[in-house]
Design a protein around this ligand. Structure first.
Ligand SMILES: *Cc1c(COP(=O)(O)O)cnc(C)c1O
Length: 298
């Protein structure tokens, strides 16, 4: 075990980096799998994320797929938030390797703004897995002796029976906007997030949690009374109280809605998501000015 010393130290550094960036570290994943096996557990699935909810981070899928391939594990990619980036030729590299996944979850109702709800589960499987898992073959439903290929009947693949045809919304939207129209939406969301991040760097009262990789702009609003006080012992504690107050003020004012949350050791920060395709740079300027206005006496 003595030989593990430097490796462990290196990994601790890695884990800290992983935590700060919010990403999985493939070397550590492999180690965690071995650890679990050593404890008698049987790992069977790795769930990676493309576009994490808070930080908007993308896991390195190629390297994770390599680990899954070596270990014979199912690779699921939670692309609920980030899956729509595949529609952008410019940004789709963030999901390189997703083609190697066994399953992918994607919510067009998020970045593409399809009407709630519209969620897709994509499976590589060709063995009719969902039907084998969920099908109840009720004799009074889904007759097998129809005039067409009954494999087209999807009703017996899910736990529920009655359901809305949510995919129709996606199909209609795609038809109406075209691939290029949807790509423009994605690219515009990235561009507005970038604009916001650059504008925040120019203003005194804004501090980015990190450079946005996606459209999540995570930041602290630092009110006048806390500026230049980073060294004070109670700085983080006081800063964490700012977002809830500003949120209350913007809601009561009726001007904006921006979510906030703590994240690990980081105190409350705002997470600004720009997804509405009707938004413009002028809206971003309003938003920054409004935050300054609402927080000027704090
Ligand atoms: C929104 C989100 C989910 C939840 O999706 P539901 O379809 O609402 O269950 C899961 N994972 C990530 C990363 C998300 O952003």
């Amino acid at each position: 075990m003595r030989g593990d010393g430097p490796v462990l130290v290196a990994l601790t550094g890695l884990v800290q980096r992983a935590f700060l960036l919010g990403k999985m570290i493939p070397e550590d994943l492999e180690r965690q799998i071995s650890l679990a096996e050593a404890e008698g557990a049987v790992p069977f699935l790795v769930s990676a994320t493309s576009g994490t909810t808070v930080l908007g981070a993308f896991d390195p899928l190629e390297a994770i797929a390599d680990v899954c391939q070596r270990r014979g594990l199912w690779l699921h990619v939670d692309a609920a938030w980030g899956g729509s980036v595949l529609l952008s030729q410019t940004h789709r590299h963030l999901l390189d390797g997703i083609q190697r996944a066994d399953s992918v979850a994607w919510n067009p109702h998020k970045l593409l703004t399809a009407g709630l709800q519209c969620s897709a589960l994509l499976l590589r499987d060709t063995t009719n897995l969902l039907k084998r898992c969920h099908g109840s073959q009720a004799s009074y439903l889904f007759q097998q002796d129809k005039f067409y290929d009954v494999a087209l009947d999807t009703g017996d693949k899910a736990v529920q029976c009655g359901r809305r045809v949510d995919c129709l919304k996606l199909w209609l939207m795609w038809k109406a906007q075209g691939g290029q129209g949807l790509e423009r939406r994605v690219n515009q969301a990235f561009a507005l997030a970038r604009y916001l991040a650059e504008e925040m760097k120019k203003r005194e009262g804004f501090e980015l949690v990190m450079e946005p990789e996606f459209v999540n702009v995570c930041f602290w609003f630092v009110p006048p009374s806390l500026r230049g006080k980073q060294e004070s012992l109670d700085y983080s504690e006081r800063l964490a109280k700012v977002a809830p107050v500003l949120k209350e003020r913007m809601v009561k004012e009726g001007s904006m809605m921006i979510g906030y949350q703590p994240h690990g050791t980081r105190g409350n920060f705002f997470r600004l998501i720009v997804a509405n395709p009707a938004l413009t740079q002028a809206d971003m300027d309003f938003l920054l000015n409004e935050l300054e206005r609402l927080g000027q006496d704090l």
